[in-house]
Ligand binder design. Structure first.
Ligand SMILES: [Fe+2]
Ligand SMILES: [Fe+2]
Length: 309
């Protein structure tokens, strides 16, 4: 079972490696290969997926991979950045330089990841990303402003940090599965390279998150603890709700394959029928898939229900 590593065990080993091979050199994209494992695409979990032929499935997978890159970009450059920057600004870890240093490192990593995923999307889909960073995702300005406001006090609302941890544990699982399937599933080599680099940093981030959470939880009052348990469950349910972007991927697929227009509603209804994102649900059914959260739950078992979806 994984335990929480102390920061001196995490930082010195990896700091010098950080950034060295993130300048990924891309190779020619093979249009006949999947970009990501099928189980990380929503339609794969619908009956309507069987209506697609192999060519449709490959293109759907590639388009959904672009949307997934956008999701990593938005989450890491938006939510994670806001939460961790505000934690640093609040100066809560006054006596613990190692936590502050690790957060600076994490923020630098996420900035590079944003650029890495953006350049991968630009390379694989120049027709979508020449002028824009986002093609499938759209976040209304009001929602962005509310999010920024909400993320202002993560030292008290540390449920925000736990959400960052869970999304980073998802990233670790995603990259691990992608690399494991790379040989047998004929996945595009550019995606394998990018996720190899991402996995190395995210494996460190989850440990940084755990140290931050342990620090904040150990100093939390009972009342604040209860508020954060409630908030974490709400945040998770909101995050896991399938968003418009999944439908936008299907619209693009139908645009590229007009013969699918007569089943487009069937494909969309498949996505609309999900209460929560089927690509992320396995990690809430099996705690072994979120080993760092599992280690934290051993220390703070009162959060068990907060993570129940
Ligand atoms: Fe990242
Ligand atoms: Fe991260």
């Amino acid at each position: 079972m994984m335990s929480i590593l102390s920061l001196p065990h995490i930082l010195p080993v990896n700091v010098n490696k950080s950034g060295s091979d993130l300048a990924v050199c891309y190779s020619a994209v093979d249009p006949h290969r999947f970009f990501i494992p099928e189980q990380y695409t929503q339609l794969y979990h619908c009956e309507a997926y069987t209506l697609l032929n192999d060519q449709h499935k490959i293109r759907y997978n590639q388009l959904f991979a672009a949307r997934t890159n956008e999701q990593f970009m938005l989450f890491e450059s938006g939510f994670t950045k806001a939460v961790m920057e505000n934690l640093l600004r609040a100066d809560v870890f006054k006596q613990l330089d190692s936590i502050s240093d690790s957060l600076v490192l994490l923020l630098n990593d996420e900035q590079r990841h944003f650029e890495m995923f953006r350049s991968l999307n630009q390379y694989c889909f120049p027709e979508f990303y020449t002028d824009h960073d986002y093609y499938f995702l759209s976040i209304p300005r009001l929602q962005q402003a509310l999010l920024r406001l909400f993320c202002r006090y993560p030292q008290h609302l540390y449920a925000l940090v736990w959400l960052v941890l869970l999304m980073e544990e998802h990233a670790v699982r995603f990259s691990t599965d992608l690399m494991q399937q790379a040989g047998s599933e004929n996945l595009d080599f550019n995606f394998v390279k990018v996720h190899k680099a991402h996995l190395r940093d995210e494996a460190r981030h989850v440990q940084i998150d755990a140290n931050v959470l342990d620090y904040l939880l150990a100093r939390s009052s009972r009342g604040n603890n209860a508020i954060n348990r409630w908030l974490l469950n709400k945040l998770l349910r909101e995050t896991l709700k399938p968003k418009q972007a999944g439908l936008n991927v299907i619209r693009q697929l139908v645009l590229e394959f007009p013969e699918l227009s007569n089943i487009s509603e069937q494909l969309m209804d498949g996505i609309r029928s999900f209460e929560y994102d089927p690509c992320m649900m396995p990690m809430f059914a099996d705690r072994n898939l979120t080993p760092v959260s599992k280690a934290l739950l051993k220390l703070y078992p009162e959060f068990e229900n907060a993570l129940a979806i």
